[in-house]
Write a protein that binds this ligand. Structure first.
Ligand SMILES: [Zn+2]
Ligand SMILES: [Zn+2]
Length: 229
């Protein structure tokens, strides 16, 4: 599992929908200490004895509480959990030591990339020849600037350590797009400053995919299981 920002009850309910027993989860990987990613990690880990992997910075935030089992990701070094190789990616975001992930297994690569205000040449390099990509499409720039957020928050979201706009996500996607890409999930979509349909349309158009091939991670319902062929 990558991150958990829900209460224990809500997490168990969402896992049930996907027919996953919490006790079957091998590890929880933390990306950073913002509440929407970390608030449920400690309770879930303690209740079901699931080990947590995290950068030192995220762990030192103290937001996980006391953990019975944890491992520190040192220097963004690759590690393994069972058959899964995990490559941590450093990202520009306003947290202590934020970290997103590239996974490799059975000849396939899946990257999870949310919560970054800008992308770097290292990120572009890491995402070449991805088969699956879960990518932040946080806001539409016009909707953000014309929307209800206070000015300081708009500046934070739009800043280089904030969140990816649809435009930035598409720019990055076009830089890493290849024939290997078979799955794209647009995620971390703002309810206030974005519109899922707009995301789906603009992302699909940018890579000339049919609309229904772009999966939307919806805040209330998430998304169903998806497979890499
Ligand atoms: Zn977030
Ligand atoms: Zn964040």
């Amino acid at each position: 599992m990558v991150d958990c920002g829900f209460t224990l009850k809500e997490t168990v309910k969402r896992l049930q929908r996907l027919e996953v027993e919490p006790s079957c989860i091998d590890a929880i990987l933390v990306t950073h200490e913002h509440q929407d990613h970390i608030s449920g990690v400690g309770p879930l880990s303690r209740k079901y004895d699931i080990p947590v992997w995290s950068t030192r910075g995220s762990l030192l935030s103290g937001k996980c509480g006391k953990l019975n089992a944890y491992s520190i990701i040192e220097g963004f070094q690759q590690f393994a959990i069972g058959d899964l190789s995990v490559i941590p990616l450093s990202v520009p975001h306003d947290a202590r030591e934020p970290c997103q992930y590239l996974f490799q297994a059975y000849g396939k690569q899946l990257a999870i990339l949310t919560d970054l205000g800008s992308y770097t040449s290292e990120i572009i390099k890491a995402l070449q020849s991805c088969h699956g990509l879960l990518l932040e499409c946080n806001h539409d720039e016009d909707m953000l600037w014309n929307g209800p957020y206070p000015r300081s928050l708009k500046q934070r979201v739009a800043g280089p350590l904030g969140h990816m706009s649809n435009r930035q996500a598409i720019e990055l996607l076009q830089k890493v797009f290849s024939d290997d890409l078979e799955l794209l999930i647009a995620s971390h979509i703002s309810e206030q400053n974005n519109c899922p349909k707009l995301v789906q349309e603009s992302v699909a158009e940018s890579i000339q995919w049919p609309l229904d091939k772009v999966v939307i991670a919806e805040q209330n319902h998430g998304f169903d299981w998806v497979n890499l062929a």
